[in-house]
Design a protein around this ligand. Structure first.
Ligand code: ATP
Ligand code: MG
Length: 550
């Protein structure tokens, strides 16, 4: 990342300026602060790449911080998964932190605000507080409790902490400006009462800090220099700065910087909505290979290198936009094309009988593993009298410009011979039973000695050694209706089957291949066993997205 030649983005410009001025003594310290309430998704990957990437680029540090200021029971599964996902993307944190580790300090900071006359305990009901907040065009109304004395506020706040009041009976509010044009500055609530056991602090607290108060303090305690978040927090920045300035504990407070979140076409990037799919059983868990979670796209076969390259390419900006999901697949293809070996697999198979090939004979033919990368070597595939070809590679009545197999036509069977179709044998119901073909022994390896040319090349699988495999030609999980709402794509699993060349029997869970002329596939990490091979399509071979089409 450091040696990139692209122009610097606006965040790097801010950091460079801080480094020149010596704001943070040349230090760059970022954090990635997920709430452990679901699996990370591709949107989070952008934030992970950005925060950890900036630290890498500037020789700085980045923390992984779990935002657990909501006392709901945090889920151990999500915590473990988030750590795993960040590591899988290729990053390591400087410190693993929990927002709840700082509850004492936050409490002290609240006392400090009370002492300075900058916070007060409000007995108004939540409804009243909401009503008095005003609107974008109307100023808010000051609470009748706003001018309590420092001593009274301190006493009440301590009582709140000691459990003297029930949930919602009182709150602590910052005393800022009820007529501020920024609603976030109209005496925001900074502490609320909630008699709930916290996974980390147990029953020590029955009051919990609000996000806008807690977050700047968490950043400041950890010594974060640049606190990067998404655009919806832009209006919260004045409050972020207010808290740090007024509490006054930190001489070099962190700086909040907002960037546009990643939106992908046809892709749901909200933990809450993704959780709904899981809970409703529409998908096979958070790591279903169609899910845009990091765990899902990993199971789908995407590589960390591709995701990082994608995040680097989309860059960061201040304006919201939607990126074509095809661009992500483009980076996956780019990464895989020289790495993975090819295998012959046929779907909707059609039987081919080579009538002039001796019965009982079988030969092994060498074929290259990857056209682009000779280092991946060769393998041998069997050829005999009975073969399978792909349903797409034969047409009884060919359309115009169809160069594959049809009656009377000769094509190259890749790596083997020229083969000509002489006769189509039908079942009683009219469907195709088999094709009777002849091969030309003089074309071994796929070239004729008499200069005869064929226009089509197709692949095949030898019948007696073929391995039946399950294939999932994954499609996008969500479609978008005319109102722009997401609707579940019932056909997204693309479940089918095919025949593969014998070496597929050795495929290990998580192993990737190119299925010749079909696409990139991965042996599903959960479903593939010694006896059954299940493959997920990572990406088709053709791209709908072109690098210059931006
Ligand atoms: P969700 O709505 O999916 O729960 P969130 O923003 O509430 O998302 P957090 O766990 O709070 O999720 O997010 C951790 C970090 O990831 C935050 O800094 C957040 O801004 C960032 N983030 C979340 N979604 C995206 C996105 N689509 N693009 C870029 N960054 C994101
Ligand atoms: Mg959230």
């Amino acid at each position: 990342m450091a040696e990139t030649t692209r122009p610097k983005n606006f965040i790097e410009n801010i950091i460079d300026e801080d480094n020149e001025k010596g704001t943070y003594g040349g230090e760059v310290y970022t954090r990635f602060p997920p709430e452990p309430n679901g699996f990370l998704h591709i949107g989070h990957a952008k934030s992970v790449c950005l925060n950890f990437g900036l630290a890498e680029e500037y020789g700085g540090k980045c923390n992984l911080r779990f935002d657990d200021t909501n006392p709901t029971k945090e889920n151990e599964v999500y915590v473990r998964q988030i750590k795993e996902d960040v590591k899988w993307l290729g990053f390591d944190w400087n410190k693993l932190c929990w927002a709840s580790d700082y509850f004492d300090k936050m409490y002290e900071a609240a006392e400090e605000l009370i002492r300075k006359g900058l916070a007060y305990v409000d007995d108004s009901t939540p409804e009243q507080i909401k009503e008095d907040r005003g609107t974008l065009t109307e100023p808010g109304k000051e609470s009748p409790y706003r001018n309590r004395s420092v001593d009274e506020n301190m006493k009440l706040f301590h009582e709140m902490k000691d459990g003297a009041y029930g949930d919602g009976e009182k709150v602590l509010r910052a005393k800022i400006d009820m007529s501020s044009p920024n609603l976030n500055m109209r005496d925001p609530i900074i502490y609320r009462i909630s008699h709930v056991t916290h996974h980390n602090t147990g029953d020590k607290w029955c009051i919990y800090p609000m996000y806008d108060f807690a977050h700047p303090i968490e950043d400041a305690i950890e010594g974060i220099t640049h606190s990067v978040c998404t655009l919806e927090f832009e209006d919260h920045r004045p409050l972020y700065n207010w808290v740090l300035e007024k509490v006054g504990f930190w001489p070099h407070p962190p700086k909040q910087i907002e960037f546009a979140r990643l939106n992908l076409t046809n892709t749901m990037t909200s933990k809450r909505k993704l959780k709904k799919l899981v809970d409703e059983g529409l998908v096979d868990g958070w790591d279903d290979p169609r899910m845009p979670t990091i765990a899902g796209i990993r199971r789908r076969g995407f590589t960390p290198a591709a995701i990082r390259a994608f995040c680097e390419e989309i860059g960061v900006s201040k304006s919201n936009s939607t990126v074509d999901v095809g661009m992500l697949e483009h980076f996956v293809r780019n990464d895989l094309q020289n790495q993975v070996v090819s295998r012959n697999v046929v779907e909707n198979p059609i039987k081919v009988i080579i009538t002039n090939y001796p019965e009982g004979q079988k030969e092994m033919l060498p074929v290259e593993n990857n056209r682009n990368n000779p280092d991946l070597g060769q393998r041998e595939i069997p050829f005999s009298r009975e073969l399978w070809i792909d349903g797409d590679d034969f047409m009884e009545v060919p359309v115009k410009k169809y160069f594959r197999l049809f009656p009377g036509n000769e094509v190259r069977f890749k790596g083997a011979y020229f083969v000509k179709c002489n006769e189509v044998i039908h079942n009683e119901d009219g469907s195709i039973k088999e094709l009777h073909c002849t091969y030309d022994p003089a074309t071994k390896g796929g070239n004729s000695s008499d200069g005869r040319k064929v226009k089509g090349t197709i692949h095949f699988v030898e019948a007696s050694t073929a391995v039946k495999i399950r294939i999932r030609n994954l499609e996008q999980l969500m479609n978008v209706d005319e109102n722009g709402d997401f609707i579940f794509n019932e056909a997204s699993m693309g479940d089918t089957w095919g025949y593969a060349e014998p070496s597929i029997a050795d495929a290990q869970p998580g192993e990737r291949f190119q299925f010749f002329r079909h696409g990139y596939y991965i042996a599903d990490s959960k479903l593939t066993t010694d006896s059954e091979k299940v493959f997920n399509r990572i990406a088709s071979l053709k791209s709908s997205w072109k690098p210059n089409k931006k």
